[in-house]
Design a protein around this ligand. Structure first.
Ligand SMILES: [Zn+2]
Length: 105
């Protein structure tokens, strides 16, 4: 019986760089989770920089961010700048009621 080979099954080392997800420090899922917070500007400056760095370098999250940011900007610019007055609501509703209904076949 030889005892010289007692480390043969333990020679497996995990490579030090297992994060083969590219050059970005943050992975996509984490980035997307933070994306919504980022869009709401509730992240710290550090976190914003982290998310932005990922978005800039990630082909998956980049377009998603631009899309979501665009939608959010649209919603914000139309909805939350000022609360529409009651009068405006009334006029819009009247205008909609007066508008010709699309004919459904
Ligand atoms: Zn990503």
């Amino acid at each position: 019986m030889t005892t010289s080979g007692n480390f043969d099954m333990r020679g497996v080392r995990t490579p030090s760089h297992t994060q083969g997800l590219g050059t970005t420090a943050m992975d996509c899922q984490k980035a997307i989770e933070k994306l919504h917070t980022y869009l709401d500007r509730q992240l710290t400056a550090d976190e914003q920089a982290e998310v932005k760095a990922h978005l800039d370098g990630c082909e998956h999250c980049g377009p998603a961010f631009r899309f979501e940011a665009g939608v959010l900007h649209l919603v914000r610019s139309h909805c939350s700048k000022t609360v529409a007055s009651v009068e405006l609501h009334r006029r819009v509703r009247i205008t909609l009621q007066q508008a010709p209904l699309p004919k459904t076949p």
